[in-house]
Design a protein around this ligand. Structure first.
Ligand code: LLP
Length: 430
């Protein structure tokens, strides 16, 4: 956190709002987004494209954080949207996102989802496999309709990140393998389909990536595929979509380059390679999720019990945990926190921040320096904005938290806290 985030009362502020006031007003656990930070990251991406004079789209990967307010915000900032389910299409439409701004991803889209996509004239279907080409052709025949498509390729790159977050390697459940010729077969099938209009090719090498080399190799390969296919089939992609995955800093030992610098490197690679291969310069699309919302999010918790045993690192318990942020339990993801009521206080202990869920693995932070604390203090876990609320659940029947947006000293509730009644609303008694 920066020093200007601490107000005269010595409290942590977000978007000009005192976090203690937020905790009091909305309760905890609470997820808070700094709207200015979200906008600024989108603008940084857009600026890279402007500065490089290339056609582009910033396609927000909605799975990182999806809510009506977020859809509205990104829509206003001219983002496109990467959606991966009928539910995401539904929510985006409900927020006023035009169908044409959405591209539909996924390795097993259902017939009903494809029909929905065609009905709402989605911007493109991201074709993932041969079954899907057949299914979409059948849907289009039945609906007597046409649609834009792109082909997702697995370029054969192993990104350096955890294995759940790798998606570009040959052995992946996503996309058409290029090395075995399946990508080319898919291309031929799509070019033969009178109802599919192929606008581009796509790859996504993974998530939370720190190294720019993987992106440069992927970009180079994509241009090469495009140039080969232009020679062989006279197909020229209007768009090369290089996916998302730009890593962010969660802890001090993380040293990613700025997300926009990844994009700058990608753009320069595609530009120079396209010139070399005599390929007309395509529009470049990116699909950032984490880098747009991650650093803008904070989870506020109230500290309750502690457990101290001689010789063992203390446990300090908060009123949330794996239900509102499953990433530590699922990926051993690391976070840092500050004491919101006194971020400047000198640390005097190293503790474990434990959640309230009935699982030993529900440890939010394994090693957190803290000043002296007492029950009722507010802890702010930093950089929680991506894949936190969107992966939240009511395990142990703990209600999912509320989410607020803050900007210019004002806060706005954008997702209300779940109630006990909400949690049993789908239940039927015997
Ligand atoms: N495009 C595609 C095709 C994707 O599959 C993803 C993420 C993205 C874009 C956005 O990637 P990002 O810029 O957010 O890294 N739950 C995991 C991350 C799963 C990522 C899934 N796909 C986590 O919490 O680390």
């Amino acid at each position: 956190i920066s020093s200007n985030q601490i107000n005269s009362a010595g409290h942590l502020t977000i978007g000009g709002v005192d976090t203690l006031e937020l905790a009091q007003r909305y309760g905890t656990p609470l997820i808070v987004y700094d709207v200015a930070k979200i906008k600024s990251q989108i603008h940084h991406f857009q600026k890279v494209f402007r500065d490089n004079h290339v056609k582009s789209a910033v396609v927000y990967a909605t799975k990182a954080f999806e809510s009506l307010a977020m859809f509205q915000l990104a829509n206003k900032e001219h983002c496109h949207f990467d959606v991966v389910s009928g539910g995401e299409i539904y929510a985006a439409l409900a927020a006023g996102v035009p169908g044409k701004m959405m591209i539909f991803h996924g390795n097993n889209k259902s017939r009903a989802e494809l029909e929905m996509a065609v009905r709402h004239h989605l911007g493109a279907i991201m074709l993932d496999n041969f079954h899907e080409i057949d299914l979409l052709n059948s849907v289009l025949d039945q609906m007597n309709s046409k649609i834009n498509v792109m082909i997702r390729l697995t370029p054969g790159i192993t990104a350096e990140t955890n294995s759940y977050d790798q998606t570009g390697q040959v052995d992946s459940k996503f996309g058409f393998d290029v090395q075995s010729g399946q990508g080319e077969d898919a291309l031929k099938q799509v070019l033969h389909s009178p109802r599919m209009n192929l606008i581009g090719i796509h790859c996504h090498i993974g998530s939370q990536i720190f190294d720019v080399t993987g992106f440069e190799i992927a970009a180079k390969k994509m241009v090469k595929f495009a140039a080969d296919w232009k020679r062989k089939y006279n197909f020229v992609p209007k768009i090369i979509d290089v996916g998302g995955g730009f890593g962010i800093r969660y802890v001090k030992s993380d040293h990613p380059i700025a997300p926009e610098d990844f994009v700058d490197a990608i753009v320069k690679t595609i530009k120079s390679q396209a010139a070399k291969q005599h390929l007309p310069m395509p529009a470049i699309w990116i699909e950032p999720g984490r880098s747009i919302v991650g650093p803008a999010g904070y989870n506020l918790y109230t500290i309750g019990s502690s457990k101290r045993v001689p010789g063992i690192k203390p446990y300090v318990d908060v009123d949330g945990g794996m239900g509102d942020n499953i990433r530590p339990a699922l990926y051993h993801a690391k976070y840092e926190a500050v004491l919101a009521n006194d971020p400047n206080a000198k640390p005097v202990q190293n503790v474990r921040i434990a959640g309230k869920y009935c699982e030993s693995g529900d440890i939010m932070i394994q090693n957190q320096p803290l000043p002296k604390i007492k029950p009722g203090d507010i802890l702010a876990v930093l950089d929680t904005g991506a894949y936190g609320y969107s992966m939240a659940m009511d395990y142990n029947m703990n209600p999912r938290p509320a989410v607020v947006f803050v900007e210019n000293g004002k806060s706005k509730l954008v997702i209300r806290r779940e109630t006990y009644a909400d949690m049993i609303r789908l239940n039927q008694k015997l």
